[in-house]
Design a protein around this ligand. Sequence first.
Ligand code: SF4
Ligand code: SF4
Length: 109
Amino acid sequence: MVTIDYNVCNRCGDAKEKRCERICPGDLITQDEGGWPVVRPLEDCWACTSCVKDCPVAAISLRLPFQIEQDAGASLKASARGDKTFWTITDRKGEKEEFTLEAVRKNVS
Ligand code: SF4
Ligand code: SF4
């Protein structure tokens, strides 16, 4: 399940279509009347992380599954830059760990 930090989101500079809105394969992200992105319905999100990786300001994070303490605030954030994706995992104590992965790209013909 994803959460959007509205203190960080900049509404993609008031672009008509937000990046998170465009990239969600399930068409789950829309805008409220103020132009802020909302995930609706949240329970339909299957945590593919596309919106997490594509947000230019890292405003979206993935709440980790209950097995690893979702309610305690553990989260996973990602930012895609060039051919790399930078991940930050925060555990329930607030401790962060960062790691970088090469992006896997698939040619679609
Ligand atoms: S992509 Fe990020 S900055 Fe843009 S509207 Fe979505 S959450 Fe906000
Ligand atoms: S994690 Fe995937 S399915 Fe869920 S809102 Fe983001 S893009 Fe859509």
